[in-house]
Design a protein around this ligand. Structure first.
Ligand code: IYR
Length: 223
């Protein structure tokens, strides 16, 4: 490697027994994370959301370009606008845009075009992927591994929210162009996920289907 300006890596390391203990504790904690559509009608503390977003912003990204933008929506009128636009797309989806095969795959989740949870949940974090950057003079800057980078940042965010005791749902109406329009985003950004965030309702449910996780041996091989 060519010499570049650098600083020492500062991260904690652990003896193996402590590694084991920590890895297991984190797994036990993350096992409790499930998407839910049952949110309490209760505002979420914005400073907590901001700290979780700061965590998302520490995700690795292609060439460290951080090709993401997050819009936090707490305003009830804007949430409602998004709900109505999402439901319009979802009605078309469930009424024929989706293939039979897709609808069959979704059946165990019991989803439909009703997205009233968007009104109830404390906030939306609408995640945008910047397909390219815009330099100060308006010229395009090529971005690399955009989908991977935004996906990793989204994973960081979901884990951070869970750690803070907030539930979320990765909502992906298709197409999502209405999110750019309602939130007035620039042309280099595409909506990636509408993350619905809030306190879980007291009787929040998780579909049984969601508990059917593959065993480690089914999705890992060691060479
Ligand atoms: N966007 C629709 C359909 C949907 C698609 C997938 I893939 C899901 O995992 C869940 C739902 C909806 O939100 O209802």
């Amino acid at each position: 490697m060519k010499p570049i300006p650098s600083v020492p890596l500062e991260m904690q390391t652990f003896v193996e027994d402590e590694m084991r203990r920590r890895a297991e504790a984190f797994f036990d904690f993350m096992k409790q994370r499930h998407s839910t559509r049952d949110f309490a009608d209760k505002p979420v503390p914005l400073d907590v959301i901001m700290t979780c977003l700061a965590t998302a912003g520490r995700a690795p990204s292609g060439a460290n370009q951080q090709p993401w933008h997050f819009v936090v929506v707490t305003d009830p009128a804007t949430k409602h606008k998004i709900r109505l636009a999402a439901e319009e797309e979802e009605r078309a989806f469930y009424a024929g845009r989706a293939s039979e095969e897709w609808l069959e795959a979704l059946a165990p989740l019991g989803t439909d075009a009703d997205k009233s949870f968007i009104d109830r949940a404390g906030c939306l974090i609408v995640i945008f992927a910047q397909s390219y950057g815009l330099a100060d003079d308006g010229s395009r800057v090529k971005h690399y591994y955009v989908q991977e980078s935004v996906g990793i940042a989204t994973g960081f965010l979901i884990a951070a929210l869970h750690n803070a005791g907030l539930a979320c749902l990765t909502h992906t109406p298709s197409p999502m162009g209405f999110l750019s329009e309602i939130l007035n985003r620039p042309k280099n950004e595409r909506a990636y996920i509408n993350l619905v965030v809030g306190y879980p309702a007291e009787n929040a449910q998780v579909p049984l289907h969601a508990l059917e996780k593959k065993a480690l041996s089914e999705f890992v091989s060691v060479v």
